[in-house]
Design a protein around this ligand. Structure first.
Ligand SMILES: Nc1ncnc2c1ncn2[C@@H]1O[C@H](COP(=O)(O)OP(=O)(O)O)[C@@H](O)[C@H]1O
Ligand SMILES: [Mg+2]
Length: 264
């Protein structure tokens, strides 16, 4: 568990100071999957850096049970610096005393988690697609076996197919590894497919902290673009379709409609 108590973070500039995180209280349970959302400049990336211990709060306190907390930055592919996928992923375990066979096995295991295979091992990461590069960087972090994995806008700039792949491997990581996952995204299509708890930030404050379902049905109170599923549900309900209140995922909606059609 990670506990944030009255955490504030101020960026100190010569001209003026900027309070990016404003007196936040938050509990992150072990093995939870949390969506951190909010408008641009609301403090999401700052909070991610505080939780991953890259910056220290200006005031307040954080209590950590978990030791290894890793953050995948927005556009992580800009941080690729090895000439093979093998070297890139191996980097995080370079100093561990594994023999070559164990080492390769560990690398293949994390590659599989991000849905890539052995054929990629000796490819040049600079020559792969943006989505593949991002998955390799995430694999290079997963190999360090983080207790908490924070992903800052993991789908930004990716096409539809890569986005769907990213959603499926985040599910994989979460269910297979018992890792706590915090995902920052302004894309509610991604958030609703994945998380049960949503924390919504605005001007450095937590405005909402609760279930994804509650958030989904109160969306009009928040500055967010609706997900495709939500738009579809609103449209169907305006035609008296009466979609059940606990549906938020695309697959749940498809199943519900096909059941309903079968019955009629
Ligand atoms: N290095 C910095 N120096 C000064 N202000 C910053 C710095 N980084 C971010 N900020 C400001 O802090 C606020 C929160 O930024 P950020 O955490 O990046 O928000 P988000 O990730 O939600 O877009 C913004 O107003 C931003 O302009
Ligand atoms: Mg950000």
């Amino acid at each position: 568990m990670i506990l944030l108590k009255n955490v504030t973070y101020v960026y100190k500039n010569i001209v003026n100071d900027k309070t990016a995180i404003d007196n936040i209280n938050m509990k992150i349970q072990k093995n939870s999957l949390i969506g951190l959302i909010g408008p641009c400049g609301s403090g999401k990336s700052t909070l991610a850096q505080i939780i991953s211990k890259l910056i220290r709060p200006t005031c307040g306190e954080i209590i950590f049970d978990e030791r290894k907390i890793n953050l995948v930055f927005q556009y992580p592919e800009h941080q690729i610096f090895n000439n093979t996928v093998y070297d890139e992923i191996n980097f995080g375990i370079k100093n561990n005393k594994f023999n070559d066979i164990d080492r390769k096995k560990k690398i293949l295991d994390v590659l599989e988690l991000v849905k890539l295979n052995e054929n990629f091992l000796y490819k040049n990461p600079f020559k792969l697609s943006g989505g593949q590069q991002r998955r390799i960087i995430i694999a290079s972090i997963l190999i360090m076996q983080p207790d908490v994995l924070i992903l800052d806008e993991p789908t930004v700039g990716l096409d539809f197919e890569s986005r769907e792949k990213i959603i499926s491997y985040i599910k994989n990581i979460y269910f297979n590894n018992k890792t706590t996952v915090i995902i920052i995204s302004h894309d509610l299509n991604v958030i609703f497919e994945l998380v049960e708890r949503i924390v919504y930030l605005d001007s450095g404050k937590i405005i909402f902290d609760g279930s994804a379902i509650d958030f989904f049905y109160n969306i009009k109170n928040f500055v967010v673009e609706k997900s495709e599923t939500k738009l579809l549900i609103d449209l169907l309900n305006s035609k008296n379709f009466c979609i059940k209140k606990d549906i938020i995922k695309k697959k749940e909606l498809v199943d519900f409609i096909s059941q309903k059609l079968k019955r009629e």
